[in-house]
Design a protein around this ligand. Sequence first.
Ligand SMILES: Nc1ncnc2c1ncn2[C@@H]1O[C@H](COP(=O)(O)OP(=O)(O)OP(=O)(O)O)[C@@H](O)[C@H]1O
Length: 479
Amino acid sequence: MAASSPLPRWAPTPSPSGPLWSTSASSSTAAATADPWCGLTACLSSSVFFAPLPVGPPKNDAVAGNFDGVETTAGARRDDETKSSCPETTMFLTWEDLSVTAVSGGSSSEVSLILDGLSGQARPGELLALMGPSGSGKTTLLDALAGRLGPNMKRRGDILINGVRDNKLAFRTSAYVTQENTLMATLTVAEAVHYSAQLQLPDSMSPAEKRSRADNAIQNMGLAGVSGTRISGRACKGISGGQRKRVSICMELLSSPALIFLDEPTSGLDSAASYHVMSRIAGIAGREGMTVIAAVHQPSTEVFELFHGLCLLAKGRTVYFGPASKAIEFFDDNGFPCPMRMNPSDHFLRMINTDFEESEEGSTINLPRAAEVIQTLVNSSSSLGTLRTKTEATKTIIQSASVKKKKQASFLTKSVILTKRSFINMHRDLGYYWLRFAIYIALCLSIGTIYFNIGHTYASIQVSGSFKFKRYSTESNEY
Ligand SMILES: Nc1ncnc2c1ncn2[C@@H]1O[C@H](COP(=O)(O)OP(=O)(O)OP(=O)(O)O)[C@@H](O)[C@H]1O
């Protein structure tokens, strides 16, 4: 599919202003000169976070090569070179036989299996899409990989980062954009991103650099037009849901995390905005060597073309894992060809959605039962058989790589910024500050009037505060 794509081939665009991160620029440039492929990965660490438009992902063909790479001699060579030259912060994330169960509350304590023996991997510089019908387990898989499962969920199986088992590492070092937005409503878009830059970026960066990076991020997420608008508010509507989502992504991408989880980054966006957002994310992943795992609903054909890898889930099981560009072939091989001119993701989801069986009476489309399709695909050796080989191979290749947490602002800087942000929030939030202020004034007045104009004699004071004095005198008598 990727080969027949009418889309232009994007290339990473270096910034004319030079890298914003001052570290390792020269060494990675040298690596890039020595070998073009691993040089791409190496120079990712030195290239700018956001380049001028247009930006885009690395080519899908090359990506397909990466996914296939472990199986071929040439591909294995590439991986080896990646290991030797990639920055310490790149992350190969591998999961094997991952299962998640949830215990529902109550006396019966029912245990339900949400994910059932999933295996897969996500690689630096690539965008792995998690797709599947609603309730198939996409968010649960993201949470499991990110180490954010709820207290009633239990995980089995292995999660390896650069070949090393560390259950807390992903939680400590990755960024996560949740389905729900958790933004401070009273701030404007620009303020939210600027404060986030000051909190996340290290003190070694000058305030001007942080500001410039935040401004670029706003620009690249298409938010320049609403940068002065408040995120939300009681009096005004604020920005739209899709724009809020973009602000969340923008804030998480600021620190160029080595690993980022995105839960439905395109929800609430129109197809053009979805394409632009995803192409920028894929472009950044390519340039920065960032590992991106995104749960995506109904991507358009153009957005689907941007995915490097695809993990298709149905009822908590892996239906397909591999290069996105090979998914059509996989469905075709298993007897479920994608009709001409149909969006491939629509076809995949339609075939494996058990919630609405379309072969029921009245339907003009005679599809096989989704449960049978899922079973056939899950059993298909071309999906899971090769996957196991791939994960094993990757594990041995990358075992020695290490992960370091990126530097953040110091405790003092964070305290100052958070206090400042909190004051702005209190000042602007009618409910949080002004109504509370009014209540305290009313309370003071009510209590104060008890003693208003009480006179100056001992008796008048005793009359106004009699309940207190009486109690005092009673207690005094008792003791
Ligand atoms: N904490 C939990 N306790 C019990 N069941 C849960 C819990 N979290 C998720 N589930 C169940 O697991 C299943 C998968 O949920 P999940 O949110 O991962 O699906 P999803 O594919 O992300 O869905 P959607 O696309 O609609 O967001 C659902 O049936 C859900 O009810």
